[in-house]
Design a protein around this ligand. Sequence first.
Ligand SMILES: [Zn+2]
Ligand SMILES: [Zn+2]
Length: 264
Amino acid sequence: MASNGTALDFGHDLVSFMKHPGPVFDHYLPQTLDPKFLRRYKIDPPQRPKNKVSVGHVISRVALQHFIQMVVAIVFVWIVPRDLEREMEDVGTILIKLMIGAFMLDTYQYWMHRLFHRNKFLYRHFHSVHHELTVPYAFGALYNHPVEGLCMDTVGGGLPVLLLDMHPWTATLFTSFATIKTVHDHCGYVLPFDPLHLCFATAAYHDIHHWGKGIRYNFSQPFFTLWDELGGTIYPYSLDDMVSDEVKKEAEEKKHLDAKRKAE
Ligand SMILES: [Zn+2]
Ligand SMILES: [Zn+2]
C-alpha cells in the first residue's frame, strides 16, 4: 500500500483501516511518533527491507507473551514457596547479585539465541517470528513465538533470580532492568548522552541483527557484547551507515555551508 502522505493515499488507508486496522497502524502510527528533530538519531539505513507484519499483529502477540509470563510467574511462586516477607538485602549484596545476574542472563541468552539461529528447525518454527521485524520498534521487543518467549525470556530471567536466591525486591529490580534494556535494544534510536548506551550495547548493535548479513551476528543480549567477542560473532559497523540517505545529505549540505561561511 502506498504511504506517500497524499490525501488520496490517506483516504485509501482509511478505507483499509475499516476493513483491517493493521495497514494503517503499520504506516501511520510509527510515522506519527517519529519526531523530525530526532531523525538524525534514528536508525534508518537505506538498504533495510520493510517489516513483514503489522503493528496490530505485533501488539496482540506481545500481549499474549506478557500474559504467559504472568501465569508462569504466579504458578512458580505458588509451587516454589518463597519468603516474601524476608528482610531486605543490603546495597552491596543487591549490586553483586545484579552484576552476577546480568552475566548469567547474557550467557544464557547468547547461547540460546545462537542455538535458535544455527538449528534450522528451531529457527524456522520459532525464532523466525521475531525476525519478521526487520525494522525493530520498542513495543515489538518481546514479539516472539510463545515457545521461544518461554525458553529464552521467561527461563532466562527466572534462572538468575532462583540460583542467586534474590530478594523479591532485588528480583523486581533485575527483571525490570533486563526488560527495559531489551525494549531499549529495539527502540530504533541512538540518542546522544544515553546512559544505557554509555555502559551497555547500543540499539544499533541489536538492530543490525534484525536485517541483512547481520542476522548471523550480534547474538549478545541484553547487556554486554562479551559473548559475541569471545564467540567470533560480532558484526563491524559504523553509526554513519545506520542513518538514512536523507539525513546524510542534510549533514553534507550543512558541512558545505559551514565551510563556505568560514571562507567568506
Ligand atoms: Zn535472532
Ligand atoms: Zn530483537
